[in-house]
Write a protein that binds this ligand. Structure first.
Ligand code: ATP
Length: 477
C-alpha cells in the first residue's frame, strides 16, 4: 500500500452505501497500515487495521467498483471464556476503494480457494472441528468465524462436509474412511482443520498407513490454529495476522508438506490417555513407525510435552510447557535436572556413515522441520517454511540454570544457536540408543505424541519422506 499523500491512496467512495473518503495510512513508528474512512454526512471516522483483514472480494463482475471487505473483530466475551472464539467474522460493502488496497488484499489468481473445484465440479470440502484441541475454542470458532465466512464467500454454503471430533481417534477414523479412499479414487479434497498440529499429524499418519494407489491425489489442508503449540501454523507464518488462518485460507496456495519418519525398536509403545494406557504403533518393515511434520525429541522437550499433557495442565494453554519446564529443570525435591544417558548419532547431508555426538549424557536432543514450536519460541531460526530440511538442536547436561538460559535465548528470536553450548546443524538422520533404566527417561516426542521405548531400545529419524498432503500457505507474506 502507498502512503497517505499518494493520490492512489485516497478515493471518494461509499461504505455500506454511505458516502465517504477513503485513505490508506501507515503509522510511521510501528509501520502498521490501516484503511481509514470519513463519512461525508457526519464526519464519523472508521478504520480497519491491516492485520484484521481477511480478503477483499469483488461483489459482481457487472458492478466493478463494489467490493466486500472481509475482516475480523475481537470478541469481547472471549476475555472471560477460554473456549470462546477470540475473533468474530465481519464484512463491509465498499465502493471505489483505493486501488493499492484492493491489489493487496484481493486473493491472487492462483489462490487455492478458486482452484478447489476439479473441472468445474464442486469442491470436495471437509471441515474438521477438533473440539479437544487447545483450550476448546474450535466449536465457537466454527460457529462465529468460519461458518459465517463460508456463507459469505461460498454461494453454495452447504457444499461441504462438517466433522466434529468426539474422541482422540476421530481424525484418524475420518481419514481412513473418507480422505484416503477418496484420494485413492483421484478425488480432489480440501480439508479445513480447526486444530493444533495433532490433527494434521493424525491425517498424515493415517494416509501413510494405508495403501496409496496409482490415482492417489494429495488432499490439501489448511489450518485454523486452535491447538496449544500450533508449531506448524506459527512456522509457516499464518499467525502473523489476527484472522486465525482465514486470510491464509482465502489467499494461500498449495505446497507439499515435508515429513520425517521415526522408526523405533520393537518394544516402543504410544502413550495415550494421560499415559495411563499404551498402544501399538503401526509397523513398517516390522518396525513401529510414526511420521511427523514438526518435531522428534528426547530429553527436556519430550519430557515437558509428556508431563504437561493432562487436562489439568491443558487449561493453561501454551503456558503449560513453561510450567512443566520449570518443574523439570528445578525439581521440587531439590534434585538436579536429569542427565539423559544414551548414544546419539547423526547422518549428515550427503554423508553415508553415522557419526556419534561426542557426549555420554544429554539434556536436549531435538530434530525439527519447522522454525517455531510455539508462539515466540524459535527453536530453529534457519528453517524456512516447508523447506523440508531436518535440523538438529542439542546440548548436554549443563544443569537447570544453564538449560533455562538456553531456553530463554530461544524465546528471544532463536539466539540460543549462537551459544557455544548448543549444537545446531542440518541433518539427514538422527539415531538415539537409550541407556536409561527408568522408563520416563525413555520417552520420545513426535509432534506432540509420546512414544515410550523399551530399555535398551532405539529410535531412528529420517527426513525426505514422500509428501502425501499439500498445505495451504500464503507465501506473499
Ligand atoms: N472430542 C475429543 N475428545 C477427545 N480427544 C480429542 C477430541 N478432539 C480432539 N482430541 C484429541 O486432542 C488432541 C488435540 O491435539 P491438537 O494437536 O489438535 O491440539 P493441541 O495438542 O492442544 O495443540 P498442539 O499440538 O498444536 O500443541 C489430539 O490428540 C486429538 O486426537
Amino acid at each position: 500500500m502507498g502512503n497517505e499523500e499518494s493520490s492512489l491512496s485516497r478515493t471518494e467512495g461509499q461504505i455500506d452505501g454511505r458516502p465517504v473518503t477513503f485513505t490508506l495510512r501507515q503509522d510511521e513508528e510501528t509501520g502498521e497500515r490501516e484503511l481509514v474512512w470519513q463519512e461525508h454526512e457526519n464526519g464519523i471516522e472508521g478504520h480497519l487495521a491491516d492485520k484484521d483483514i481477511i480478503a477483499v472480494l469483488p461483489v459482481h463482475a457487472q458492478i466493478p467498483d463494489d467490493y466486500s471487505i472481509l475482516y475480523v473483530a475481537s470478541n469481547p466475551s472471549a476475555a472471560n471464556d477460554s473456549s470462546g472464539s477470540p475473533v468474530l467474522f465481519k464484512s463491509l460493502l465498499a465502493t471505489r476503494l483505493p486501488q493499492p488496497f484492493i491489489h493487496h488484499f484481493q486473493p491472487p489468481g492462483n489462490a487455492c480457494w478458486q482452484l478447489r473445484a476439479d473441472n468445474g465440479s464442486l469442491p470436495n470440502l471437509h471441515i474438521v472441528v477438533s473440539s479437544g484441541s487447545g483450550t476448546g475454542q474450535a466449536e465457537d470458532v466454527w460457529a462465529r468465524l468460519l461458518k459465517p465466512m463460508l456463507q459469505h464467500v461460498c454461494p453454495k454454503a452447504d457444499a461441504y462436509m462438517l466433522h466434529h471430533t468426539t474422541s482422540e481417534h476421530s481424525v484418524a477414523e475420518l481419514t481412513r474412511e473418507v480422505f484416503l479412499p477418496q484420494a485413492n479414487d483421484g478425488i480432489m479434497q480440501a480439508i479445513i482443520l480447526l486444530s493444533g498440529d495433532g490433527g494434521l499429524v493424525d491425517i498424515v499418519n493415517t494416509l501413510l498407513e494405508g495403501p496409496r494407489g496409482k490415482w492417489y491425489k494429495k488432499p490439501n489442508a489448511t489450518l485454523l490454529p486452535l491447538g496449544t503449540g500450533n508449531a506448524m501454523a506459527h512456522s509457516v507464518g499464518l499467525t502473523n495476522d489476527n484472522t486465525l488462518g482465514l486470510r491464509n485460507l482465502l489467499q494461500g496456495t498449495t505446497r507439499p508438506l515435508p515429513l520425517f519418519r521415526a522408526s523405533f525398536s520393537p518394544g516402543a509403545r504410544l502413550l495415550v490417555n494421560e499415559a495411563r494406557e499404551e498402544r501399538q504403533l503401526s509397523l513398517l518393515n516390522g518396525a513401529p513407525t510414526v511420521y511427523g511434520a514438526v518435531v522428534c525429541s528426547w530429553g527436556l522437550h519430550a519430557g515437558l510435552v509428556a508431563d504437561s499433557d493432562t487436562s489439568e495442565y491443558r487449561k493453561h494453554g501454551a503456558e503449560r510447557f513453561k510450567m512443566a519446564a520449570e518443574e523439570a529443570l528445578f525439581p521440587k525435591d531439590g534434585s538436579p535436572a536429569h542427565a539423559y544417558k544414551g548414544k546419539v548419532s547423526v547422518l549428515r547431508p550427503g554423508g553415508r556413515d553415522w557419526e556419534r555426538v561426542n557426549r555420554e549424557t544429554h539434556a536436549y536432543v531435538l530434530a525439527t522441520l519447522v522454525s517455531k514450536l510455539e508462539k515466540g519460541f524459535t527453536i530453529s531460526p534457519a528453517s524456512k517454511p516447508l523447506d523440508g530440511k531436518l535440523r538438529l538442536v542439542h546440548f548436554g547436561d549443563i544443569g537447570g540454570q544453564g538449560a533455562m538460559e538456553i531456553m530463554t535465548k530461544a524465546y528471544d528470536g532463536g539466539k540460543h544457536i549462537g551459544d557455544e553450548r548448543v549444537g545446531y546443524e542440518e541433518i539427514q538422520g538422527l539415531r538415539i540408543e537409550f541407556e536409561e533404566e527408568e522408563a520416563r527417561w525413555r520417552r520420545v516426542c513426535v509432534d506432540g505424541k509420546i512414544v515410550r521405548v523399551e530399555a535398551g531400545g532405539w529410535v531412528e529419524v529420517r527426513g525426505g519422506v514422500e509428501s502425501v498432503l499439500d498445505l495451504i500457505v500464503d507465501e506473499r507474506r
